[in-house]
Design a protein around this ligand. Structure first.
Ligand code: HEM
Length: 528
């Protein structure tokens, strides 16, 4: 992740943290004597709060799901929390019963002060801004599916290869951050970021990190004593939120104005699409902020996880490279035109998202009605207001679905003939009405970078000395190697990116030198 950013960059994490500390307001629910799902014993008032670990919440959740089965009930200071570790059950609850299970938990400080207009529609309860945000995003993603961002994504990936060639991968971790951010910001706002150190990009990263901080339980006393908010005047929690909103407004106004009426105004950016839909009663362009927090870090950390998969489980790489070479040859870089003929690369993308999913315990939904669920022949009561976590860290490691689940093994998604299996289901992008709307863009970003990296480089472990221990670097892919927060980047580690041949390095350099670099051309123009 970018220098100076908090590990849990996604705004969505905020709600999660609050829940885990039990400060979300208990809804007035009762199980009325009906049978709740199994779970660890609870103590009066606090429920399971004292059992929560200080970090690595996903590990804790997975352990509970392994112990009690695919459905677990926790009570956090009066708040019912449901953990799901079974993909069929997740689909039953979050998709088939989406009408009851698609809200989000929100805390008072965020709702009243930090994001009163619900511009952060990906983390807010079901609302008009959420409805509009999803509707507009569905339109943008139809364009992505039709391939209209692919030239831009190829251009960014080509630059990524050239930067990796320049330094042999010394700064590779940052380069994955750069390419992920630049793809999203270029498509979203016409803002290409050649270095990843651009002041605007740093400011965006800063405000996302601030948002996360302001959402933590300790950020404001009014999360604990909401009645204090009745005191009028410039109380510290109000001035702090106002200062944040001013800074947040300033950066988004700047980049949105550039996109809508400034130097990127001729391009078909996502911001321009949102602005075209503006109605007098609402400022749709503000809803664009969701494309930064939700999109940038998840993509970057998935690429970083892919590299860890290469270093820790390299057995599959020769076959992947053979298949890529058979389709692409050695005279050009892969492009999206090769995608239908490279199922193996598709399988690598799936395995990256499965092996160490970006959102380890998903993003919580909240139920708006009580319900009864049948699971393993038993009926369980799910109270209204329950916080629901469908936990990818458990679902994607279900040993009934994935043999040798801790191994990075892309072939598990291929049949005996090397074709992609047709029964692919994943929890990595969530479920139902909250399913990640950025999937088409995210998958393309991962595909093109992975295909180009495997074509250009042999990626191997570094012999570097770890300055902390004075010993050769100790590589690790256990839970401890990842931040224990909501979005789970691996901790930084060195890797060597060695060109597979001087000729391949030359091809990558030549293609970059000759390629179209004008965003006005790479992004389709407005039709109107
Ligand atoms: C590898 C990359 C990505 C991963 C793993 C990922 C994962 C997720 C997950 C798990 C959720 C929560 C789903 C739920 O609550 O059920 C989510 C929500 C969201 N994602 Fe992504 N995401 C990625 C990339 C992107 C991109 C590229 C965009 C936009 C261009 C994006 C935009 C969003 C938005 C706006 C939401 C909130 C949706 C809502 O609440 O209705 N994401 N994502």
């Amino acid at each position: 992740m970018f220098e100076g950013a908090q590990p849990q960059q996604l705004a969505i994490a905020a709600a999660t943290l609050l829940i885990t500390l039990g400060v979300v307001y208990a809804s007035s629910n009762s199980n009325s004597g009906r049978k709740l799902p199994p779970g660890p014993p609870r103590i009066p008032l606090l429920g399971n709060v004292l059992q929560l670990p200080g970090g690595h919440l996903a590990t804790f959740m997975r352990a509970q799901l392994e112990k009690y089965g695919g459905l677990v009930y926790l009570n956090l200071a009066g708040n019912p929390v449901i953990l799901i570790g079974d993909i069929k059950l997740a689909k039953e609850i979050l998709e088939r019963r989406a009408a009851k299970f698609s809200s989000r938990p929100v805390v008072p400080y965020v709702r009243n002060h930090v994001d009163p207009t619900k511009a952060y529609w990906g983390v807010c309860e079901q609302s008009e801004s959420h409805r509009i945000g999803r509707k507009l995003t569905a339109g943008l993603m139809a364009d992505v599916r039709a391939g209209r961002t692919e030239h831009l994504q190829e251009f960014e990936a080509m630059l990524n290869m050239n930067k990796l060639l320049e330094d042999g991968g010394k700064d590779w971790f940052h380069l994955m951050d750069r390419v992920s951010a630049s793809m999203v910001l270029a498509a979203g706002f016409g803002m290409h970021c050649p270095t990843g150190h651009e002041p605007e990009l740093k400011e965006i990263v800063y405000v996302i990190a601030q948002f996360v901080k302001l959402c933590t339980p300790s950020a404001s006393i009014i999360n604990v004593f909401p009645f204090l908010d009745k005191i009028p005047g410039p109380m510290p929690w109000r001035t702090r939120a106002a200062a944040y909103r001013k800074r947040e407004d300033a950066i988004y106004n700047k980049i949105i104005t550039e996109a809508v009426s400034g130097k990127a105004s001729g391009m078909n950016t996502w911001a321009a699409t949102f602005a075209r839909e503006d109605k007098p009663e609402g400022d749709q362009r503000r809803l664009m902020n969701q494309f930064t927090g939700a999109a940038i870090e998840t993509t970057a950390l998935s690429l970083q996880t892919f590299v860890l998969g290469c270093l820790q489980h390299p057995e599959w790489i020769p076959r992947a490279q053979r298949e890529i070479d058979a389709v692409v040859g050695s005279d050009r870089l892969p492009t999206f035109k090769d995608r239908p003929y490279l199922p193996y690369v598709e399988a690598i993308v799936r395995e990256t998202l499965r092996w160490r999913p970006a959102a380890r315990f998903g993003v919580p939904h909240q139920s708006t009605e009580s319900d009864v669920i049948e699971y393993n022949g038993q009926e369980y009561f799910i109270p209204e207001g329950s916080i629901i976590f469908a936990v990818p860290w458990a679902i994607e490691h279900d040993q009934k679905r994935y043999e040798d689940h801790d191994r990075f093994m892309p072939e598990r998604f291929l049949d005996a003939k090397g074709n992609l299996k047709s029964d692919y289901e994943t929890s990595a992008f969530g479920f139902g009405r909250r399913l990640c709307p950025g999937v088409p863009f995210a998958e393309r970003s991962l595909w093109i970078n992975i295909a180009m990296m495997l074509w250009t480089f042999n990626i191997r472990k570094s012999k570097e000395i770890d300055p902390k221990t004075g010993q050769p670097w100790k590589y690790d892919d256990s839970d401890a190697a990842f931040s224990g927060e909501f979005s789970a980047p691996p901790f930084k580690f060195p890797a060597v990116f060695e060109p597979r041949s001087p000729q391949r390095a030359e091809v990558a350099r030549r293609e970059w030198a000759e390629c179209e670099k004008d965003l006005n051309v790479l992004l389709p123009q407005h039709k109107d």
